[in-house]
Design a protein around this ligand. Structure first.
Ligand SMILES: C[S@@+](CC[C@H](N)C(=O)[O-])C[C@H]1O[C@@H](n2cnc3c(N)ncnc32)[C@H](O)[C@@H]1O
Length: 220
């Protein structure tokens, strides 16, 4: 990805080293202790929503797909602009039928066909703001879902959420570095951008994360 692209910073940190420590540090510590949303809560979303043809946007290490209870050879497309992520996750998930696509969800997706489910788990807080720009990313995913398809996922909320002192400090640091761009992301704002692309939206706050799903993609 071009370093001048506004979406560059949100995917830059996923080096092979960071991916090796990601599960214990980010999912094992930060999620439950700082964002107060245990990874098990997010595994539930995968177990509930993954369909026959699944698109995973920003799969990270592949931790959640690995725990989604999928049978061998289940069809999964991994989409990420960062090749380190695609290498790491596809090796971990080799028992599945994996297709990798190096692409940026902020642009129209180079994907043929329609998917039964798509995940954006922990991705929206990494995308460049404002929320109106994140709405376009959600619309790009909605556009490749089947009429009965579902989008699900989670995102860390911004400064209006009840963050702890440590949470607030990590939020500020990550926004300064560009790893996150979510200071102004609110529960209501995320609901609105999902509602713009889906007829039925569910969103709840768990700790300082929004956990969501949207179904019945709006056409056009
Ligand atoms: C915080 S990690 C979440 C990883 C995984 N989904 C999880 O929940 O553990 C963010 C992921 O989004 C990806 N990402 C960042 N910017 C992106 C973009 N513009 N388009 C698609 N994926 C992006 C990163 O490369 C990374 O894989």
């Amino acid at each position: 990805m071009d370093p001048d692209d506004p979406a560059f910073a949100g995917q830059r940190e996923y080096t092979p080293f960071f991916l090796r420590i990601y599960d214990p540090v980010i999912l094992g510590f930060l999620a439950p202790a700082v964002w107060r949303c245990p990874a098990s809560r997010l595994v539930d979303g995968y177990q509930r929503h993954v369909g026959s043809r699944h698109l995973d946007v920003g799969p990270g290490t592949g931790y959640f797909l690995d725990r989604a209870g999928l049978p061998d050879a289940h069809s999964v497309t991994l989409l990420d602009p960062n090749p380190n992520v695609l290498d790491y996750a596809s090796r971990r998930l080799e028992r599945l039928d994996i297709t990798t696509v190096e692409a940026d969800v902020c642009r129209a997706l180079p994907l043929p066909g329609t998917y039964d489910s798509a995940a954006m788990n922990g991705v929206l807080h990494c995308l460049p703001g404002p929320l109106s720009r994140k709405a376009e990313a959600v619309a790009h995913v909605a556009a490749v879902l089947a009429p009965s398809g579902v989008l699900f996922g989670s995102s860390i909320l911004g400064r209006s959420a009840p963050h702890t002192r440590l949470g607030r400090s990590i939020l500020r640091t990550n926004n300064r570095r560009g790893t996150f761009d979510n200071l102004d992301d609110t529960e209501e704002g995320l609901y609105e951008i999902l509602d713009a692309s889906f007829e039925a939206v569910s969103l709840e706050s768990v700790g300082t994360m929004a956990v969501f799903s949207g179904s019945i993609p709006r056409v056009g």
